[in-house]
Design a protein. Sequence first.
Length: 330
Amino acid sequence: MAQPAQIFLRHTPTTTPASQSLLIFFITGNPGTIGYYRATLEQISTSLAESSLGQNSNIHVFGSSLVGFDEHEGVPPPISAHASSGPLSLRAQILYVKHTLLTATRQITAEDHGRAPLVILVGHSIGAYILLEIISDLQPPRGQISLEDIDLKIASGICLFPTVVDIAKSSTGRTMALITGMEPASAKTTAQFLHSPNGVHQALFLAADEMRSVTSDRWNDGLWGLDADEATSAKLPELATAAQTRTKLFFYWGENDHWVADSTRDTLIMQRGRNVESAQKEDRKPVMEIDQHGVPHAFPVKQAHGRIVANKVVEWTLQITKQHPPKQAS
């Protein structure tokens, strides 16, 4: 049986040898069908290739469907032990995405003669929750022991229209917007999804599991930008270590997102987001921005909306890579 569908876009400089590699690793929402995001991912790949970054960097843009959403698909080995005869839970999907990330990173590292890529995770909707779970699992002090064979550096996580807390409090009255008014490419992807053996069942099962799992803010302060001094004063030395290698987070919220209650969004921005007028230590906290272009939660189904989101991902990616220049050869 086939693995879940994947999109893997690559750029290599044509005039000079690449001084670094970058992996943009995309995590879908629900339905977890990567075909919806092709135009957005192609826009990200093209824009980065045409930027100054593309002149000296190998750029890899990768995305995979979640398990259970594609035709002729089996259960991948890394989660087969967690799978029953029915649809897969949110935890099983997280295990699959984590495995796929490590596999892609190993592949790129091998192709680049042992040089590991700088990794930026991008997650849409429940994909943002999966993103935060993976970063939490792999940040120091956890995650290092099991990754001795790979130099995994997750520089940033970009959360698009994130459903990361209290999803059950949101209004879902417009869920049918996903399958109406579509452009041809998205309509084709939807038809394939609806014809997959378990796609609709998997989508509904996963949505119910999201309602149960995505409740209160469950991550420690280190994920959200607690600095080393704060960690030490709080008698949490493990967070002081994590603060030195923390993954930078960016959030792009919908203005009127029926999958995220405004009160939930505003509370998280107030409690966890960066205060741009405060001291320098705020730089470690997440950047949180609310869309001002009328882009809906289901942005990938219309290319115009996908382009706006792609441009935001590119903007933040260029900011991130400037903070992580390639290592000079010794």
